[in-house]
Design a protein around this ligand. Structure first.
Ligand code: SAM
Length: 379
């Protein structure tokens, strides 16, 4: 986050803190995971609406803010194992790791497993990400809310399994355990699958649609909020639907029952393979998945879509891609975004669409982040 943005958020936080709230987490203030635990939840929602409106400027404003459960919502935590610590980075400092005893935004089962893993992880050599030396970089804990299944990924810098007793100790607590190799300089919590110790995937279930989640593939961070958003997307995206940035097919398969047909485009081969498995597992015959960069896919000037669903990463869709989308003749665009700034930039490129509504969903309580759902209609 840039300094100007940090100052803006700090100023807003002071405004909405009101009489304050009692933080649930003993690490609040030091840990960089949460910034807003001392702001009453209603205040956090008002703050986010203001923040989104300030960011969107002349292109639109928030019609409603959809609240979440304020704690215990996260389905994924990337826990750092460095400098003899096991936790998250200190607020405002990438160089320091806070040794956490618990985490209140993690779901209960994974928080319990985290506590159990603490001493065992200390026995394994961590990874100094400043000098690029050592072995264990991250322990990633993922939990599917509606099935309760738990996944643990150990991200290691060397091509060997040196986890010893740690694996035996947690085998009964996790449905999937995987070693992932990342030997590069980039600080990433995903990479090549080195060894599947147990399972290899977990499953989530949204309104009867079952999703396989593999170690490297994306799945939404707050399942209840994601489900609320998918229901809204299903109401809007009808007919022949193009789902760009489709991940493991989460949106495509959720809307397949009401759409005529769905084409999901996704750059990650692992996610596309999983999306196809998910389609077969759910008996969905009207959804296809294409492994391609969205820009390359659109370069072939595909047409014949009634609705386009967009769900890009924080970097957004990019102007070139939005220009191509603008030239297609879809009646509606439904844009799910985790970054109001890139949402505004992308929407501003469109000449042939009018922003009909914007909803903010509190996907990330206690943090400054928020998810948007914009509906755009062809003029
Ligand atoms: C925010 S996730 C959304 C996934 C899915 N829609 C869901 O709801 O779970 C963004 C996805 O976009 C994919 N992605 C990133 N850049 C892409 C690109 N240029 N073309 C196609 N997919 C891309 C990522 O691999 C990731 O799966």
């Amino acid at each position: 986050m840039k300094k100007k943005e940090k100052t803006y958020i700090r100023r807003l936080a002071d405004e909405y803190r009101g009489d304050g709230a009692v933080p649930e987490c003993p690490h609040f203030g030091e840990c960089g995971g949460c910034l807003f635990q001392d702001i009453p939840y209603e205040g956090q929602l008002a703050l986010k609406a203001r923040m989104v409106n300030d960011t969107l400027g002349e292109i639109g404003s928030v019609d409603r803010v959809v609240p979440s459960i304020p704690y215990r919502y996260r389905s994924r935590m990337d826990l750092v194992t460095a400098f003899g610590k096991f936790g998250l980075r200190r607020r405002g400092s990438y160089r320091v790791v806070v040794d956490l005893g618990c985490c209140r935004i993690m779901q209960e089962k994974s928080d319990e497993l985290f506590k159990k893993m603490r001493l065992l992880v200390q026995a394994v050599e961590g990874y100094d990400y400043l000098r690029h030396q050592g072995y264990l970089r991250y322990a990633v804990l993922r939990q599917a809310r509606f099935t309760g299944q738990v996944m643990v990924n150990f991200v290691v810098a060397e091509r060997e399994n040196r986890l010893g007793d740690l694996l035996d100790a947690i085998k009964g607590d996790a449905d999937s355990i995987t070693l992932i190799h990342n030997g590069g300089l980039a600080d990433l919590s995903y990479g090549e699958i080195l060894e599947t110790v147990k399972g290899g995937h977990i499953e989530e279930c949204f309104d009867g649609v079952r999703y396989r989640i593999t170690p490297n593939s994306f799945f939404q961070s707050n399942a209840e909020i994601a489900l609320a958003m998918y229901r809204r997307i299903r109401d809007e995206a009808r007919g022949r639907v193009l789902d760009l940035c489709a991940g493991v097919g989460s949106i495509s398969l959720f809307i397949a029952g009401t759409a005529e047909r769905v084409t999901g485009v996704e750059v990650s081969a692992e996610a596309v393979e999983t999306a196809r498995v998910n389609a077969a597992g759910n008996g969905v015959a009207n959804a296809e998945f294409i492994c391609a960069d969205a820009k390359d896919f659109l370069s072939s000037e595909p047409g014949g879509y009634d609705s386009i669903v967009l769900d890009p990463p924080r970097s957004g869709m990019q102007a070139k891609v939005m220009e191509m989308i603008d030239r297609m003749d879809a009646g509606k665009i439904v844009y799910m975004s985790c970054n109001p700034k890139t949402f505004r930039e992308d929407v501003a490129v469109l000449r042939n669409y009018r922003l009909e509504s914007v909803e903010a969903y509190d996907m990330f309580p206690q943090t400054p982040h928020v998810e948007l759902l914009g509906v755009l209609r062809r003029i």
